[in-house]
Write a protein that binds this ligand. Sequence first.
Ligand SMILES: [Zn+2]
Length: 425
Amino acid sequence: MTAYLITSVSIVGAAPTDLLIRDGVVAEVGPGLSAPDAVAVDGAGLVALPGLVDLHTHLREPGREDAETVESGSRAAALGGYTAVCAMANTSPVADTAGVVEQVWRLGREAGLVDVQPVGAVTVGLAGERLAELGAMADSAARVRIFSDDGHCVADPLLMRRALEYVKAFDGIIAQHAEEPRLTEGAQMHEGEVSTRLGLIGWPAVAEEAIIARDVLLTEHVGSRLHVCHVSTAGSVEVLRQAKARGVRVTAEVTPHHLLLTDERAETYDPVFKVNPPLRTAADIAALRSALADGVIDIIATDHAPHAVEDKECEWAYARPGMLGLETALSIALDVLGPEWDLIAERMSRTPARIAGLTGHGVDPAPGVPANLTVIDPAARRTIEPAELASRSRNTPYARMTLPGRIVATFLRGEPTVLDGKAVK
Ligand SMILES: [Zn+2]
């Protein structure tokens, strides 16, 4: 196994030092290291972080390999600085059995670019009618710990209660896509001034907030664990703040796009800005940013949602919701948070790894820890060209925007998946 010596690199923003990777682990850290057999990587001006961990990725395989595969999505993840991703269950067939989650898990191992941890569906076929085989998925080779019908809300309160109770047996988590479906029928964008002006049916903030409020109460009642996907409103932040103050075991994520883009993007009628939950207002963005800083929102998760051209380059009303995210998330985080490396490591690596129970991930580079890490050039700026992305899809909302930061290298258990900013395989 090749060794790598990264010289003069800042580990999570600390003073520059040398970092030796050998036999899959961080072998040594300190100034003036020498390792004649190692490949030298000049780390001057660069920052090393624990490999990023995404709790919310859509890899589309099985079923929509034209939009993404486990391999292409894994490559996009590695290029974005990730070493582990949680693959959502809304594939075709749905990941609602031990067989499908094991298939996704194996495809991830075969690609070998990031650790792919499957998320299991809560209900059979995401239909919201009866519980899937949660225990069988937990006991499978994929060791599923997080369950979600993401894309759909588990709207039935009795089913949600049963799911929360069931996963207690193995300390599992229900990750909810919070959307009261009766309040969002036909919705095309955020309900507000812009939707009124454009004459599009709105998706009201309360449809998210009502489900989060219900679910934190159910979670508290049964003593289970809840994770809230893609929080998008200021009101949701307040519900979560109160729940956490009472000690409810709830965690929450925000996406990069909900930290940056507002509902005014819908004025372009460019479906690349159509997403669920929808882009909200500047006031929501301000609340989400401060919740991310103070910890009411625990993590940034991408909700990477690749879509084939025919599903996205069409009329707004017919376009599928969702945006790419893996290859741009770190840049958006840098743009939004600035070079707050400890906070970025906390929100994009340590905490998501802890929530998902991914041992070996989310650990700062130090002697003896698995070499799952990424190296960033914070001074670089790059203009996003959709055609250059590793994803099979092109639906990035940041096309031709110039963003800060570039991933220089990513290592998975000591093997580079990205070097010199390029995918190794
Ligand atoms: Zn969702």
